[in-house]
Design a protein around this ligand. Sequence first.
Ligand SMILES: C[S@@+](CC[C@H](N)C(=O)[O-])C[C@H]1O[C@@H](n2cnc3c(N)ncnc32)[C@H](O)[C@@H]1O
Length: 349
Amino acid sequence: MTPEYMRSEKKLDYKNKIILSDNLSILTQIDNEIFDLIITSPPYFQQRDYGNGDLGIGNETTETEYLENLLKIFAECVRVLKKTGTIVFNLGDKYINGNLSLIPYKFAIQATQNQNIFLINQIIWSKLNPTPRQDKRKLIQATEPFFIFAKSKDYYFNLDNYLQHLDIFNKSIKSKPSEKLGGKYLELIKNSDLTEEQKRNAIKALNEAILAVHNGEIEGFRMKIHGVHKLAYGGQDGGRNNQIKNNGFTIIKILGNRMKKDIIESPVEITKNNHHPAVYPIYIIQELIKLLTQEGDFVLDPFCGSGTTCIAARNLNRNYLGIEINSDYVNLANNRMQEPEFKQQELFI
Ligand SMILES: C[S@@+](CC[C@H](N)C(=O)[O-])C[C@H]1O[C@@H](n2cnc3c(N)ncnc32)[C@H](O)[C@@H]1O
């Protein structure tokens, strides 16, 4: 039977829906520059048969054919993405005749060559519970990339909202500063070859930094003193090195937030009530949605599977559209949408 959205004369209404279709047929009906974020995990090359026939991605006979099909869909994703938007593709690798094929990277290289888009990060998902393997002559594959592509330099990126619960945790375990804080630097300044005036200024700056730590304004600091510490960046000119050369010292304040690195740890989702074989962790998806969108924004997952992206978007008050070719998974996704909200902080703090 023809689905309702195809029978309707009206324009496709796709906000907060999970649509049963192959993604290209829907994407080609959508206007340019609609979505703020497209986040998805396409089927990996020859990994499993989702039973979707010729329109399903993943079971092409050659890598080239697979990449061509995927890049066609990616091109549509680029078209329907807003200028300030980002696209996140999660792909897994595969051994072919004992050789690691690096397909995710081949995809990323071709995507950035063929499309008007650039790669801003490759986040590595480090799996806490990877699948054990029988092969005793290879290490267990425990990582997968999430590529973040942007359409313009003006892309939305809210670093403060990413992994915010770890910042809160970091601050909550902060211990009282030591009474001896800064004592070592004071000695080094006194015994340094700085001029008397430079020494006075350095001691004043040191005392201000110590006070800021005691007042909880910063978590800590490091000091570099001329003739005592190595220059940064191999001594090349730059803000800090110029300060050391001109003033005799520099102070680097540590604000106390965790460094936001391009690696994220999470177990592989093993959820009862979800029989989809390749679910990605809602924890990672929620963090990326917080990093890359604001409330009310519009998130698309063109390979929606069991609906993880849509659930994450809904939980965070973003609009969503999921497209999935397999009716069994569309039903599963709709059922999961009815379940109580997933509370990530209870799991990770
Ligand atoms: C790796 S799974 C996505 C799983 C999803 N991230 C989750 O957490 O449940 C890829 C999905 O893409 C679907 N699919 C494959 N080809 C498709 C196409 N051309 N259009 C829409 N969906 C497709 C498959 O049926 C499968 O459910």
